[in-house]
Design a protein. Sequence first.
Length: 416
Amino acid sequence: MDKLIIEGGVPLTGCMTISGSKNAALPILFASILLDEAVTLRNVPDLRDIHTTLKLLGMLGCSCEYQDGQVCVRPGSLLPEAPYELVRTMRASVLCLGPLLARIGQARVALPGGCAIGARPVDQHLKGLEQMGARFELDQGYILGHCRKLNGAHITFDMPTVGGTENLLMAAVLAEGETILENAAREPEVVDLAHFLLACGARIEGQGTSRIHIAGVSRLHGAEYDVMSDRIEAGTFLAAAGITCGELLLRHCPVNELKAVTLKLQDMGMKITTTSEGVLVNCARPLRGVDVTTKPYPGFPTDMQAQIMSLMCLAEGTSVVKESIFENRFMHVMELERMGAQIRTSGHTALVRGVRRLAGAPVMASDLRGSASLVLAGLAANGTTEVRRIYHLDRGYERIENKLNSVGARIRREKE
Ligand code: EPZ
């Protein structure tokens, strides 16, 4: 297992290019199961989760090639089984359920189980697919699903679930008749999936709103598609500029999809300007504390909660963070405290009292965004920080140490 060793205290300056979005690329890759022609995807990030997905697609009968951010998926004769060995390493594997039922009327997908940030059930996925005519049983930890065909339905989610909306959207594009998804997730990654499906001949309206209307078609054709840029990677690098008092120009930064984040960073005292070259961010003054509550899009993303907390640790005054999406997403708190942060948690709320400096320390990464928050803290801390167990980071950030080193950071990767 690898660890990152960070020598802190260097203001980051220069230019970075934002990669393709992991959370948009994953559902789009699973959507390729729906097509009966080859698809070419560009701007696909070179990440562990992407390679896990390509492996799973291979096991499901597709043939996949990845080269320099471009993926070609060719349909084959589909098999229904997504085995536990792959699903347990990546919860998004459950996104093959809707496409498999739509294409071959059967699926055997390992139940993903809980994960570090919370229980994360898939009841909304199953309930919606049942309304479309699928039947499920649980067999030795596997969801067994089957249907003669899927029919359009009027589905109202109990909460706006990103994965649930994506699974149902993929199922509905090939279902017989019309489907309406109410209380749907409005995240930009859901919209990107809809745009990909539209490019393949699907009929969808209302993506980006909480009511999506889908008219089923009998087949989808191949397409070439550019995946959107990663708004969470971009948000993490904006935070890196803030925490090191640096100045960065971010190319391909999806600034319109990051409004809730940029507004908070500006409230903290950062200057963020959109230029013809990209988004310019700098921070000349000490950061100020702010309050943040995570919400479904367009609210403040839970995937940026840990990173903004690192900034709050060094901001003047007291900040309050309320995590309203996942029940256990404060695992970075104890690690930040080991670096000198002053944080008190009570249930879903964290109270952060800003300190003048953080001190480098060995810390343990526990989930993807929590790991990113420790890297940010390490960039600003005095001395050396060792971030251990960074395989989480490699699931979601493309060559993070190379990108940060190219703007002045001093990070090296070592085997533990
Ligand atoms: C997606 O997860 C993202 N993953 C997560 O990204 C992100 O944190 C999350 O959306 C919220 O924005 C991918 O896109 C691959 P949800 P997802 O279904 O789809 C509850 C990252 O760091 N719920 O919107 O699994 C659930 O427990 C990550 O990149 C049910 O109760 O999230 C949670 O509390 C991790 N029943 C809430 O809804 C269900 O059937 C939102 O979850 C489904 C969800």
